[in-house]
Design a protein around this ligand. Structure first.
Ligand code: SF4
Length: 383
């Protein structure tokens, strides 16, 4: 058995029964998933309006909002806010990976650390993620032990708990001395300008509260009409990822403040003095104009389709353009990288559609991308 076979077998055995158990024990989650789909469709049917509303709401609560069309513009804005010579901690963000933020900030003289354990491991190994919520799922604990020994000079031993302890001790000082925290967002509430993040490690809470500046970078498809829908989204995402009830839900609405002296609101208080939200297009609005590809924008990144897909399981985690992988990654490679080739590998088993909380007809989207690929190859029309 290869390392991948061992690692994915262990990952599937831990994840799949856990998600079924969560859904059995909390039957209201399927209703919430339906509501999230409705909320996302409402935003997608009037996307520019909701982008504008979100940006105004962020400014109203003392934050700064930016809309960027592509990865280059995203790097430029983040580079201007961060500058150089800073220590940066990153909460897990696929859009930061998509836009190349970590490597760019390192290239202009910053010390940058991923703080999600899986992301830290792939940073150590300088490898792409193999799963959207478990980026180091391809690594066995034996390999992780060797990697930590090599990078930190400490042998954590063979137990999961000790590996986690060594990473925790390494990152603690980084959190406490960071100048900037960068996170993504699971959901953005258009009416309130709030971002909502769900997690189990506590690294996102540390990255978004301890450093004096918090930058959130996320795709425009994460916008929901209001904070109520945004809260539903994170509950559903956590449940279908198998992490329910969620350990932490972080709602951030602008910089920190206090009203404790005569009720006059003063900012900052204990948390960040600056909050920046960067909304990234990078192909999403174009996909939204296409009635088939629009379905891909409903994805809430739960990662469930991966574990049920025979192609993903057979392919060493290397299906799709990183950070997007698996069935959702084959769709998203088309959305943000105009790469339709990953869709060719879909065998149309259909399990992904059955387990997707957003009821995305993933095989249909992939069939459509296959046809776009062949039309592009044949030069009959632009892909
Ligand atoms: S496509 Fe569906 S199952 Fe797959 S990650 Fe997205 S929401 Fe989850």
């Amino acid at each position: 058995m290869s390392d991948w076979d061992i690692a994915i077998k262990r990952g599937v055995e831990h994840n799949v029964p856990r998600v079924f158990k969560v859904l059995r024990e909390h039957p209201y989650l399927e209703d919430l998933a339906r509501k999230v789909r409705e909320g996302k469709l409402e935003v997608l049917s009037n996307l520019d309006h909701y982008i504008e509303m979100t940006m105004k709401s962020v400014e109203m609560i003392g934050g700064k909002a930016y809309f960027v069309e592509n990865a280059e513009q995203a790097r430029e804005i983040v580079g201007k806010i961060v500058g150089s010579g800073k220590r940066v901690v990153m909460g897990k963000s696929m859009v930061a990976y998509e836009t190349g933020i970590r490597k760019y900030l390192q290239s202009i003289g910053n010390e940058v650390w991923e703080t999600d354990l899986g992301e830290l491991l792939i940073q150590f190994a300088d490898e792409p993620p193999s799963h959207i919520i478990a980026p180091a799922v391809h690594m066995t604990r034996e390999r992780i032990r060797e990697l930590i020994k090599e990078k930190l000079g400490i042998d954590p031993g063979d137990k999961h708990e000790d590996i986690v302890r060594v990473a925790r001790e390494f990152l603690r000082q980084k959190f406490l001395t960071a100048d900037i925290g960068i996170t993504g967002a699971n959901a953005v509430a258009a009416d309130a300008g709030s971002i909502v993040l769900v997690e189990n490690e506590g690294n996102i809470r540390m990255s978004s509260v301890v450093p004096p500046v918090h930058i959130s970078i996320t795709g425009v498809e994460k916008i929901l009409p209001n904070l109520e829908y945004a809260m539903y989204e994170v509950l559903v995402q956590a449940a279908y990822a198998g992490l329910y009830p969620p350990t932490y839900i972080n709602v951030t609405s602008g910089p920190s403040s206090t009203g404790d002296v005569e009720q006059k609101r003063v900012s900052p208080a204990h948390g960040p003095k600056e909050f920046h939200l960067i909304l990234v297009d990078n192909g999403r609005r174009k996909a939204n104009e296409d009635p088939v590809l629009r379905e891909a924008l409903l994805c809430i990144r739960c990662g469930r389709c991966h574990f049920h897909c025979p192609v993903y399981r057979a392919l060493d985690g290397k299906w799709g353009d990183p950070p997007y992988s698996g069935p959702m990654g084959a769709m998203w490679s088309g959305v943000v990288y105009n790469d339709y080739k990953p869709a060719l590998l879909c065998s149309h088993a259909g399990n992904c559609r059955e387990v997707c909380p957003m009821k995305i007809n993933i095989p249909k989207v992939l069939e459509y991308l296959k046809s776009k690929y062949f039309m592009m190859k044949a030069g009959t029309r632009e892909g």
